[in-house]
Design a protein around this ligand. Sequence first.
Ligand code: SAM
Length: 463
Amino acid sequence: MTEPNISISPAVRSPALKKVHIETWGCQMNAADSERMLALLAKQSYELTSSVDEADLVLLNTCHIREKAKHKVLSRLGVLKEIKERRPGMTIAVAGCVAQAEGARLIKAAPQIDILVGPGKIDELPRLLSEHDTSGKRAQAIGFHRHPPALPLSTASAAAVAPPTLSGKREVSRYVNIQQGCNNYCTFCVVPFTRGRELSRSAGDILAECTALVAAGAREVTLLGQNVNSYGSDLADQPSFASLLRAATALPGLERLRFTTSNPHDFTEELAALFATQPRLGRYLHLPVQSGSDPVLLRMQRKVTVASYLERLAWLRQAVPDIALSTDLIVGFPGETDEEFADTMRLVEQVRYGFAFMFKYSPRKNTPAGRYTNQVDEKVKEERLAQLMQLQDKITGEIHAAEVGQTRPVLFHYESNKNPGQFYGRTEHFRLVRVASTVPLTGQVHQVRITSGNKVGLLGELV
Ligand code: SAM
């Protein structure tokens, strides 16, 4: 699931000699990777700056999931080129999935790049920096570590410290990577090619990092992986994801534990039942369906049917009757007919997701679907996306309106920078709530009475 650009506030303070400016595109996994790179750079006496103009190092952590994302990176590199012409000492580094997938092509299009580092090799960033500093030449590391699991996964906890945050907004709710890569090979998706095969991190390492984050002030942790359900199958002792969840929910001081992404095909009844017995898991799950049409799901190679997906929702609703759900949806997958799209609209109406990430299908090089000849016309994709978004906005608005008058426990994540005294938090159903308060609320859980709601979120007051 994707998030908007992560804004940056100076969160690392050390006797710094140099400044790094980090821009992060794409999913939570990228946000977590940026924090790990920041942790590595902090050890090299870099501190974070929000200003490109004062940065010694500008690091773009890129996303390749859709074509548009690459174009954004290239246009940003164009702007950086002009800055670098004025300040030749500035180092430009490109990390993330565009670096991995486009490598040589990217350098050809943007020779101003000094460092190129793929998501499977971010532990090599300090070496690349010193190589570039010494030689003045471009340094690069792309590709993947083989077993044992890649170092970037364990960098932070190995040092037994919580990695720094990119933004003050993220100090209460932190990400912890539990695996990298993906073995699912959905026909639309580049992830197995840009992030490699699944590699799980040891449970001990994961729990140590969670503990360090809680000690540093986190109250909520989101465990991250491309398909968290298959966590552990590559480790010698083969721990299950359910066993990891049980151990993590028992950590003292942790208020809430979330996880994403859970691929429905191997989401089990055991995992669903955990929501009933582990209140710290909250009352919310992101379960990407992609389409409401069986033939499309088959062509996507999602390994579920609409009926088996709905069966998983029934398990969840048995555990928590009012569980809130969100999903990812793709419109205009190759060959999608009007009727198949109508099936997706019907599913959305039936499930009533709290929110959804909705995308136009974007053909990706090296993926089977990118080579399908029955691509859907761009205009049709746009119309379908608009229709779907309109429906989802209506449902989200209705769900939020129905919250008015309810009293909910809210974990407050941050205070608005622009409007001090306005605090933002989330309910157990993962609904965003804004509350005005003259006393600080960040990091605390309070009962909040919901006073109004629209398609964006909820307004409330402390009770
Ligand atoms: N691993 C997760 C899963 O399998 O559910 C998804 C990871 S992906 C980073 C996030 C979302 O991007 C996907 O769920 C899908 O909806 C969307 N996505 C991936 N490839 C896409 C493509 N080629 N075109 C449009 N959307 C895409």
